[in-house]
Ligand binder design. Structure first.
Ligand SMILES: CC(C)(COP(=O)(O)OP(=O)(O)OC[C@H]1O[C@@H](n2cnc3c(N)ncnc32)[C@H](O)[C@@H]1OP(=O)(O)O)[C@@H](O)C(=O)NCCC(=O)NCCS
Length: 172
C-alpha cells in the first residue's frame, strides 16, 4: 500500500502537499486558537506541541506516501490547515480521514473539497476498502463534513476515557 513518493493532490482551489517547516507559524496560530481546539482533549497547543505535531505529520507523510497534509489555497499560497489520511492508534487495521482548518477558512467548502480528493486517492490509487473518521458527538461541524462526504455512523464507543463517534464509508 505505501508509495515511495509523498502524495501531492490538486483540486479546483487547493493544493494538498506534505506539511513543511515553513508552515510552522501558521500551523501554530491555528493550533493555539481555542475555537479550533474546542473539541480536543488537549485544548489549544503551545508552540512546542505544535512544532512537534508538524514534524510527526511530515515524517509520516514522507514515510507512508500519504498523511495529514497541508491545505494550501492555490491562488495565493495561503496555509489553510490540514486534511488527509493516516493510521490512528485506536484503529490499527483502518485508515482515518481527518481535517483541521483555521477559522478564516471555515464556511467555504475547503475541508470537503480537500477530503474528497483524499477519498478518491484512498479508494483509487491506494485501493483501501474503507475509511473511518473519529470525533466526539459535540463536534457538529466535523460530523457535517463526514455526512456531506457520504460517511455514516459505524460505532459509538469509548477510548482512553473519551466517548467518541466513529463514522465510516466503504469504497463501494
Ligand atoms: C471541521 C471543519 C474542518 C469544518 O469546516 P467547514 O468549513 O465547516 O467544512 P466544509 O469544508 O465542508 O464547508 C462547509 C461550509 O462551507 C459552505 N460553502 C461555501 N462555499 C462552498 C463551496 N464552494 N462548496 C461547498 N461548501 C461551501 C457550506 O455551505 C458550509 O457552510 P455551513 O457551515 O454554513 O453549512 C472546521 O470547522 C474545523 O477545522 N474545526 C476545528 C478542528 C476540528 O474540530 N476538526 C475535526 C476534528 S474530528
Amino acid at each position: 500500500m505505501p508509495t515511495t513518493q509523498p502524495t501531492l493532490l490538486v483540486t479546483d482551489r487547493l493544493t494538498l502537499r506534505p506539511i513543511e517547516p515553513g508552515d510552522a507559524d501558521a500551523f501554530a496560530a491555528m493550533n493555539a486558537d481555542p475555537a479550533v481546539m474546542e473539541h480536543f482533549t488537549t485544548g489549544p497547543l503551545d508552540r512546542a506541541a505544535s512544532d512537534s505535531m508538524l514534524a510527526k505529520m511530515r515524517e509520516q507523510h514522507l514515510r507512508d506516501g500519504y498523511g495529514l497534509a497541508a491545505v494550501e489555497r492555490t491562488t495565493d499560497g495561503a496555509f489553510l490547515g490540514f486534511t488527509g489520511i493516516h493510521r490512528h492508534h485506536w484503529y490499527p487495521d483502518d485508515v482515518e480521514i481527518g481535517w483541521r482548518l483555521a477559522p478564516h477558512a471555515w464556511g467555504h467548502g475547503y475541508a470537503s473539497e480537500a477530503a474528497t480528493a483524499w477519498i478518491t486517492h484512498a479508494f483509487g490509487e491506494l485501493r483501501l476498502p474503507r475509511l473511518i473518521s473519529i470525533t466526539i458527538s459535540a463536534n457538529t461541524r466535523s460530523i457535517a463534513v463526514m455526512r456531506r462526504l457520504g460517511f455514516s455512523l459505524w460505532e459509538e464507543t469509548t477510548h482512553d476515557g473519551l466517548d467518541v463517534v466513529v463514522y465510516a464509508r466503504d469504497a463501494a
